[in-house]
Design a protein around this ligand. Structure first.
Ligand code: AMP
Length: 420
């Protein structure tokens, strides 16, 4: 029986990889301009890291993590997101002692056991940005960076939603108001939300069940319960965004699926992806670093879903692989061996060259050269070898000229402008 990949976990084939590389290179260029440095974090972490940071009663931790014991019975999890690991690495390596180390980005696969559909997979890839600086200006900068990046990729019709999740001080009175409201509608909540009502009522805003969503439209929202500090902080973020010309919608019902967010949260939405309408999102997380055993430094960041970006880019140019320039077609064992050497030497000298390895007819080799987009073909058979030459064929016009084998490498490099 054939073995196939796991459902929701996809291969990325060479024809698609060009686009991935292009998106990644745009990210690297722009993030560097904004002072972000790449950090590479492990795919596997101790389960406890995510349970403590994302929150025990979130959908991610409750139902979506790939968790298993290793041989020493330690519980490990394939990372469902990157922020917890970046914070863990920051704390572990005491990067707070190095003032230049405050802004990071990372790109890589994440794993969540969700129901796969268009734009939602079990292995997906995120581009993540995190800044450990405590000022509303950095929230605005990170949001601006997200928008600049999407604009650079020419992603159309992005709608930016922002909200404030307040702090521990304003959450407590809000929780009471929310619990009172939920107590009044508790029989109409789904089973999960009946439980959430007692464990983590804020999570009910995340529920996908339509009847719960409807009930939550009339629920009290955190934005109306912000303390003075949080209110003025949110006003500053909005002011900085306006100063940068950023247009946004305030969405008091957006809570995001992770418990660690405080104050500013945001999402970049698209009308072009059906139900999976979030291209990226993030927010501020005061207190997370302390929870993970580090100094009490605030963080703010976002994650963009690569697959969703690529769906939005479908059909658009970007990152096509360079066509090869030269193809070496040889006929007969001796010519083939000479051709093989020539190919390797030219590659060593930076020319994109391909050859035939299967002793096919000249016609078949020329067809292949054409398919690969080669502009020129070197043809070598026994007659040419005996004369000490090869034929250089220009594909577009079909013309051929003899080139002496002696010095052929230099001659070809000259032709393709590769001579130093
Ligand atoms: P989150 O960490 O849930 O805020 O997700 C951040 C971004 O990652 C989302 O806006 C999506 O673009 C992307 N994303 C999250 N979950 C998935 C998934 N299961 N499949 C594909 N992309 C995802």
């Amino acid at each position: 029986m054939k073995i196939t990949a796991i459902k929701g976990i996809n291969d990325i084939l060479p024809d698609e990889v060009g686009k991935w590389q292009w998106v990644e290179s745009v990210a690297r260029r722009i993030f560097a301009n904004f002072g972000f440095r790449e950090i590479r974090i492990p795919i596997l972490e101790k389960t406890e890291l995510f349970a403590r940071s994302i929150g025990e009663s979130t959908d991610i931790v409750e139902k979506e993590m790939y968790t298993f014991p290793d041989r020493n019975r330690q519980l490990l999890t394939l990372r469902p997101e990157a922020t917890a690991s970046v914070v863990r690495a920051f704390v572990q390596h005491q990067l707070h002692l190095q003032p230049a180390m405050r802004k990071f980005y990372t790109i890589g696969p994440m794993f969540r056991h969700e129901r796969p559909q268009k734009g939602r997979y079990r292995q997906f890839h995120q581009i993540n940005v995190e800044a450990f600086i405590d000022d509303p200006m950095i929230d605005a900068e990170v949001i601006y960076l997200l928008l600049v990046f999407l604009q650079e990729l020419n992603i159309p019709d992005i709608d930016l939603h922002i909200n404030s999740m307040g702090c521990v001080d304003c959450r407590q009175p809000f929780r009471i108001a929310l619990s009172e409201y939920l107590a009044g509608v508790s029989e109409r909540l789904c089973q999960d939300c009946q439980r959430r009502r007692l464990t983590n009522p804020l999570r009910i805003f995340d529920c996908k069940v339509e009847s719960c969503r409807q009930l939550m439209r009339d629920a009290p929202v955190l934005l109306d319960h912000l303390c003075d500090d949080c209110r003025s902080n949110f006003a500053s973020v909005k002011g900085h965004l306006k100063s940068l010309g950023v247009i946004f919608t305030i969405n008091p019902h957006m809570v995001r699926g992770l418990d660690y967010y405080t104050r500013t949260t945001f999402e970049a939405l698209t009308p072009h992806l059906g139900a999976q309408n979030a291209v990226g999102g993030g927010g501020r997380y005061d207190g997370l670093m302390k929870i993970l055993g580090g100094p009490d430094l605030s963080g703010t960041g976002f994650a963009i879903g690569m697959e969703r970006l690529l769906l939005l880019l479908a059909g658009k140019a970007g990152g096509q692989q360079h066509p090869i320039r030269l193809f070496v077609a040889s006929l007969g064992a001796e010519a083939q061996s000479r051709g093989f050497q020539l190919v390797q030497e030219l590659r060593f000298r930076n020319l994109l060259v391909e050859m035939d390895y299967e002793s096919r007819s000249l016609k078949a080799q020329l067809r292949r050269a054409d398919k690969l987009g080669a502009t020129h073909v070197i043809i070598m058979g026994e007659n040419e070898l005996a004369k000490g030459v090869a034929l250089l064929r220009e594909m577009e016009v079909g013309s051929q000229e003899e080139v002496p084998l002696d010095g052929i490498v230099e001659k070809l490099l000259q032709k393709f402008d590769l001579v130093m």
